[in-house]
Ligand binder design. Structure first.
Ligand code: COI
Length: 314
């Protein structure tokens, strides 16, 4: 059993720590089975499983927080349930019903309650749901059996810099996902596709690679393991809204479950040697700071949950 006595909750990395239990549910004979609880960290898999050969693997990421009031809050798990279903349908996997997903999340958090970082530590319990095709396949076709696993691990900030500005790099020779490909679904392979650019960016001292749209190489797309946004005046702009140039920004940041809100001071176009300096003095801007604080406050229960984003685990 993991001994929690010497854990420095305020300085956790974003990494794996063994916890007590994980939960699993398998789709077999045309239906989802019972939720299973196990202490086993490994899975026994057929060597020809479709997830291993043809990438039938999707995942999610969400967090549980301990509030000052002692309550445990999950942040928008229903949205993760829907996105997991959408990803599943995208690559011909079985979608897990939302109620089973929610029950699994609650169960795995409750069973590992002692791993939820204390209020005020700045850390949280990260839930990692994944779904894999487990039927043996040699010809390229979808499996007919699937397993969903949810494990948890306590985590600190994704970027070691925490809530401080970092620089990101653009390289045109890498695409993360094709326009009509799997980029719109949370498929493990999308992240493998980004590893080359990310490794290069990190070697050059950047925190992440900022991908351009693969079609025209003109628009901004995802940033490393997160989304990218800029703030211009009072407007929050994401890549979905069309062409955005970092040069137009007052502030910029990466955002996501893992990254929370990670401010960016500079985007460097490595091919053209153009530096888009967003925060000259490297300070975090006021809007990104406000956004980060508000988001954290809602997650911890320090600010009213006006949008119904919080689900309690009791
Ligand atoms: C998340 O925010 O959960 C992500 O998708 C990032 C993850 C790949 C670390």
């Amino acid at each position: 059993m993991t001994n929690l006595e010497n854990i420095d909750w305020a300085h956790l990395p974003f990494g794996y720590m063994k916890t007590d239990y994980n939960v699993r549910c398998t789709f077999k004979d045309g239906k989802w089975g019972e939720i299973e609880v196990t202490q086993d960290e490994t899975i026994t898999l057929h060597m020809a499983a479709s997830c291993l050969h043809y990438g039938q693997e999707i995942f999610e990421g969400l967090k549980a927080f301990r509030g000052q009031d002692g309550k445990i809050r999950l942040f928008r798990p229903d949205e993760n349930a829907k996105r997991l279903q959408n990803s599943a349908l995208g690559i011909k996997m079985q979608p897990l019903p939302e109620d089973i997903f929610l029950e699994m999340c609650k169960k795995v958090v409750k069973l590992n309650e002692r791993f939820i970082p204390p209020y005020g530590s700045g850390s949280s319990l990260y839930l990692r749901p994944l779904e894999i095709g487990i039927s043996p396949r040699v010809g390229v076709s979808p499996a007919d059996e699937y397993t969903v696993i949810i494990f948890v691990t306590p985590v600190g900030p994704y970027f070691k810099e925490g809530f401080q500005c970092t620089k990101v790099a653009v390289y045109r020779e890498y695409d993360r996902a094709a326009p009509c490909g799997t980029g719109r679904w949370k498929v493990g392979g999308n992240y493998a596709a980004g590893m080359g650019a990310t490794a290069r960016a990190k070697e050059a001292g950047f925190s992440a690679a900022l991908f351009l749209d693969p079609k025209e190489k003109k628009y901004l797309d995802e940033c490393g393991p997160a989304n990218f946004f800029i703030v211009k005046g009072n407007t929050y702009i994401t890549p979905k809204s069309g062409s955005i140039l970092p040069a137009e920004a007052d502030e910029a940041a990466e955002c996501g479950t893992a990254a929370v809100t990670a401010p960016i001071s500079e985007v460097v176009d490595m091919d053209k040697d153009v530096h888009y300096v967003i925060r000259k003095d490297g300070s975090v801007g006021p809007k990104v700071t406000a956004l980060y604080n508000r988001l954290r406050a809602i997650q911890m229960g320090d600010y009213p949950d006006e949008h119904g984003w919080v689900v309690f685990v009791d």
